[in-house]
Design a binder for this molecule. Structure first.
Ligand code: SF4
Length: 302
C-alpha cells in the first residue's frame, strides 16, 4: 500500500509530505456527531464517561456545549459521580457491568461505541458461548481492552506481547485470538506468530480496524521517503502513539508526537530536507493543517 495520494509541498528548504490517509476515522466522527446532537436537544445534565475520544481539544469543544467530562479510566467508579441525566459512552466501548450499573442507577445513555469495536465484543460473546478460550491482544488498562475483557470474565486471556504469550497456560482444543482495534499492525503480527507456535490450532481474528491499519501503512511508506515524521495527536491517543512507534520501529527514522503547532521544536528540523506529517484518528483537522502550514513556512514559521 502506498502513501495514498500524498500531497507534497515544495519549499526551498523543507519539503512537507502530508500523509494520506490521516486524521479523523468514521468512529470518531460518529461519536462527536452523536454527542453534539445530544447537546443540541437535551437541556438536562450530560456527561461523557471518560474522554469521548482521546483528544483534549475535542473534549473542550464538548464541554463548551455543556457535556461534562467524568475523568476516570474506571468506568464503573466514574458512574458514582453521576446522580442523574444522560451518560455518553465512548467510542472505545464498555463492559456489560457498566451497562448494568447505568440501568441500576436509572441513568439514560447515548452509546457511541464504534462499530469496529462492537465487532470484537460480539465476537467474544459468540466465541465464549461456543466454549472457546479467547486470547485478546491489546494495551493493558486501555478502556477498549477493559470493555472487551468484561464480556466474558475468565474466558478472555489478556496478552500485550510475545513474552505474555509464553506465560499462558491454556489447555483447550478451542482457542481463538482477537485484538484491540488500534494497536501496531507489525507488533500484533509478531504476537500472533508466537501464539500460533504455542497453539497451532488457534483460530485467528485480527480486529485491528481498517482506519488504524491504513494510517500505519501510509506513515511507514512516507517515513521511508522522509527524514523526519511529525504526528499530530494527543498523548492520550493510543492510535497516535502507535503511529510514532511504527515509524521508529519499522523505518528507524525520528518521529515526534505534537499536540499542536506550538509543540514543534525547530531544532528537530535542522539539516532536514523532507518531513512527513500525519495525525491520529481523533485529531481535529485544523490542528494538522496548522502544523503543515507552519512547516511549509520553515525556516520562517508563521
Ligand atoms: Fe473505530 Fe478504528 Fe476509529 Fe477506533 S480508530 S474509533 S476502532 S474506526
Amino acid at each position: 500500500m502506498g502513501v495514498k495520494q500524498a500531497e507534497t509541498h515544495g519549499s526551498p528548504s523543507l519539503e512537507v509530505i502530508a500523509v494520506t490517509p490521516r486524521g479523523y476515522c468514521h468512529g470518531v466522527v460518529t461519536a462527536m456527531n452523536m454527542a453534539k446532537q445530544l447537546a443540541a436537544r437535551d437541556s438536562g445534565p450530560k456527561y461523557m464517561l471518560g474522554y469521548l475520544v482521546h483528544n483534549e481539544h475535542m473534549t473542550a469543544e464538548l464541554e463548551e456545549l455543556g457535556v461534562e467530562l467524568i475523568d476516570s479510566d474506571d468506568r464503573i467508579a466514574g458512574l458514582d459521580e453521576i446522580g442523574d441525566g444522560t451518560v455518553i459512552l465512548t467510542a472505545h466501548g464498555v463492559s456489560p457491568a457498566v451497562r448494568e450499573k447505568l440501568s441500576a442507577k436509572g441513568l439514560k445513555s447515548v452509546d457511541t461505541t464504534c462499530s469496529d469495536v462492537q465487532v470484537t465484543h460480539d465476537l467474544v460473546i459468540d466465541l465464549a458461548e461456543r466454549g472457546f478460550e479467547i486470547i485478546y491482544i491489546g494495551k493493558r488498562g486501555h478502556p477498549e481492552t477493559v470493555g472487551v475483557l468484561g464480556e466474558a470474565p475468565g474466558k478472555v486471556h489478556f496478552v500485550e506481547n510475545s513474552s505474555d504469550v509464553e506465560q499462558l497456560e491454556l489447555d483447550s482444543d478451542q482457542i481463538a485470538v482477537t485484538t484491540q482495534t488500534t494497536i501496531s499492525v507489525w507488533d500484533t503480527a509478531e504476537t500472533i506468530r508466537s501464539i500460533k507456535r504455542r497453539y497451532p490450532h488457534a483460530e485467528i481474528h485480527n480486529d485491528i480496524c481498517l482506519a488504524t491499519q491504513d494510517r500505519q501503512e501510509a506513515v511507514v511508506e512516507a517515513a521511508a521517503e522522509a527524514e523526519l515524521v511529525i504526528v499530530v495527536g494527543s498523548t492520550r491517543s493510543s492510535n497516535s502513539k502507535r503511529l510514532v512507534e511504527v515509524v521508529k520501529e519499522r523505518v528507524g527514522k525520528p518521529a515526534y508526537l505534537v499536540d499542536t503547532v506550538a509543540d514543534i521544536r525547530y531544532e528537530w528540523l535542522e539539516g532536514i530536507n523532507k518531513v512527513a506529517v500525519t495525525s491520529g484518528a481523533s485529531t481535529p483537522s485544523h490542528l494538522t493543517r496548522e502544523v503543515i502550514k507552519n512547516l511549509k513556512q520553515y525556516p520562517n514559521p508563521v
